[in-house]
Design a binder for this molecule. Sequence first.
Ligand SMILES: C[S@@+](CC[C@H](N)C(=O)[O-])C[C@H]1O[C@@H](n2cnc3c(N)ncnc32)[C@H](O)[C@@H]1O
Length: 148
Amino acid sequence: MPARRGRVANRIELRVGPGLETLRALPPGEQFDFAFIDADKTGYAQYYEEVLTRLRPGGLILLDNTLQGGHVVGDLPDDEDVAAIRSLNDAIAGDPRVKAVLIPIGDGVSFVQKLGERGSEPAGHPPMTPLQSPGGTSMPSTTCGRRS
Ligand SMILES: C[S@@+](CC[C@H](N)C(=O)[O-])C[C@H]1O[C@@H](n2cnc3c(N)ncnc32)[C@H](O)[C@@H]1O
């Protein structure tokens, strides 16, 4: 929806240009609460790093197309986009600065939350505990929820 129709034009500063250069040109100290990454797939890893350093603890990054039609698992096809996203998915899963989950809707959307100092939960967020399946086994560590 165009910003004017959404009546948010006065709250948006639109910057058009190469994503990496645009991010790197932001004023030092500029921080985000939220970022959506949905540009060229081979650039995702660099956008992720640039955004994460500017994200407040508790802030969220969404990355689109992180399933790549399912090709991020199994035999690796000769495709630079798939290779780039597969590598980034692995890096995010092992990144101690964040908690992440990949939601299998559309072509996959990853939700990545930045943790606080030394990997702690951000202030104001109660500790998350692994979800338990009905059989009592823990769900994957990237899938978390609060116990009731
Ligand atoms: C899948 S579309 C994103 C659509 C967008 N999320 C929306 O809802 O309008 C990908 C977009 O990334 C842009 N793009 C590709 N490479 C880019 C780059 N290096 N820097 C900035 N934008 C780029 C393309 O021009 C295209 O508009």
